[in-house]
Design a binder for this molecule. Sequence first.
Ligand code: ZN
Length: 281
Amino acid sequence: MIIDCHTHINNYHNEEVESLQKCLEALQLEMRRNRVDVSLILTSYKVTAGRPSTHDAVRATRNLNNVFVVAGISYLHHTMDDLNSIRPYLEDGSVRGLKLYPGYEPFYPADPKLDPVYALAAEMKVPVMIHTGDTFTPKGKLKYAHPLNVDDVAVDHPDVNFVICHLGSPWFRDCMEVVYKNSNVYTDISGLVLGNFTDRFESYMHKQLQEMLTYGVEPDKVLFGSDWPISSMNSYLEFMEELRIPPKERQKIMYENAARLFRIPVQQQGFNIGSLLTKLT
Ligand SMILES: [Zn+2]
């Protein structure tokens, strides 16, 4: 069983091009090829022809039982109406989490303007994923994307689970400490590379992840995610295969943690891990 907790259906090459259906088909094909059972697609902080809204993403994936949506929230432009409009999707499970994009937008996660977002996440018991580290565009502002900023919100909102996306890359140690210290903070390994890992970079990243686990980050707090189509799903699976960790830890990272955190009904996927579901909170 594999859950990819971090994919997109955005057209990064041309935002003017209508892409939803095509991207979704490409995602399904990529999942079949790589035996990925479930993917979460994260919608953007902006809506363009090439970046579908949460509503469009929910509509397009409604009949798929292996794809769920995480709703991107724009710090700059979201309104209470926007938050209320995704509430029914959180209730029916088509949206499994919320995503913020500090760095891409100029804000710190602890900004009080986001309190209603965290209140909604606490109420609906869904995690908040937070972009951290390097930005895809040089126009991003890195100080907002530092993983240490997640510590503030994690402490102030103990009833919300947070995911530091991309291991805080390249601030791995800071990410490590924030995940280690806060029981409500997780991290995903997505988006560490554009396309495929080179051998050198792969062994460098193996070392970072290994160091994190050695330092005391529990394997229960690390999630498999690729950031497809930015990163190659196949290359990511090879990366995980070559990581030297016990099979039980691998299993946690590959799907158990994500199933628990996003409350993904893995039983419906035909896998007999009922005991896992009973542990869901
Ligand atoms: Zn991403």
